[in-house]
Design a protein around this ligand. Structure first.
Ligand code: IPD
Ligand code: CA
Ligand code: CA
Length: 296
């Protein structure tokens, strides 16, 4: 995974302008690109795949690269002046523009590489108002496509969220005792220990817990009311960008591990139906666990 370097993000500051772009159009392009890329990775699903290592417990397949290239090609054809923040490195992509497309071409690559059918394509479109740090970027539209279930989640700011073009809402679950909670394991030792500790602290107090292996898909499921809460100690901006607008537009809440506004430099997240973030933090004594982690 390419880690987000502050310097790289800082470079975007002041380079963007206030061009007014209709979020509906961004959503439509995100939907088209996510669906086409999803079909591509599904077609490759049954073929032999090339898997290579990008780092510790981090792999990439030929399908990730092909999917990203399809998505960026389609977006550049439509918006030649837009910028990109992609999971897979591509030095040919511009980093700045009035809109930054934040792309995970296959979220859940480990699942994909083992033919575990839970993965998705995630595409968010973010705007950075003039003179504001990159962390203030606001996601205007996003799409998450699950090709194995043919499910397309999408949203545009102020226009609600949909699943296959039908409106969706987060769950009404009032408390953790009846909650289905999703989470995913991070790659690092200290975060896995912290995750195991959190699970131990809530295991008896929630309805159930599920690790999905695809953060963006699990977050889309929060928007659709399938999960009541999801948390992760390390996600990338491409895991969260589309999901953030989809959850918020579905009535939910996304925060950092500290309970503050989530921004693209945060490494962890808590997302819920809006009723559970505070009780989850209290029950797990999360602040105490987060305090010993670096880079949260
Ligand atoms: C990963 C998956 C995983 C999550 C990791 C992500 P990738 O994305 O979403 O569930 O726990 O934090 O990096 O590498 O499969 O795109
Ligand atoms: Ca990912
Ligand atoms: Ca990925």
């Amino acid at each position: 995974m390419r880690h987000v370097q502050s310097s790289c993000l800082d470079n975007r500051t002041n380079m963007n302008n206030q061009t007014s772009i209709d979020p509906t159009i961004l959503r439509s392009i995100a939907e088209q690109a996510a669906t086409q890329a999803g079909h591509l990775i599904k077609d490759k699903w049954s073929q032999p795949r090339q898997i290579s290592s990008k780092g510790f417990r981090d792999i990439v397949t030929d399908a990730d690269i092909a999917s990203q290239s399809l998505i960026t090609g389609l977006i550049r054809e439509r918006f030649p002046d837009h910028g990109f923040l992609t999971e897979e490195d591509d030095p040919d992509l511009p980093m700045t523009g009035p809109i930054i497309w934040i792309i995970d071409p296959v979220d859940g690559t480990t699942n994909y590489s083992r033919q575990i059918p839970s993965f998705c394509v995630s595409i968010g479109a973010a705007r950075l108002p003039n003179n504001e740090p990159w962390t203030e970027a606001e996601v205007l539209a996003g799409a998450i496509y699950d090709p194995m279930r043919d499910e397309l989640f999408s949203a545009a700011r102020g226009q609600g969220s949909t699943l296959n073009h039908q409106t969706i809402h987060v769950s009404q679950t009032p408390g953790l005792e009846t909650a289905a909670v999703g989470f995913d394991w991070s790659r690092e030792y200290d975060r896995r220990l912290a995750m195991a500790e959190v699970i131990g602290r809530i295991a008896q107090d929630v309805h159930t817990l599920r690790a999905t292996g695809s953060a963006a898909l699990a977050l889309a499921w929060v928007a659709a009311g399938r999960f009541d809460l999801y948390f992760n100690f390390r996600i990338g901006p491409w895991d969260m960008a589309a999901a953030k607008v989809i959850i918020v537009e579905a009535g939910g809440q996304v925060s950092s591990l500290l309970g503050e506004r989530w921004d693209v430099e945060d490494s962890g997240c808590i997302a819920s139906n809006g009723r559970l973030n505070t009780s989850f933090k209290r029950l797990t004594q999360l602040d105490e666990l987060v305090a010993v982690l670096s880079d949260v």
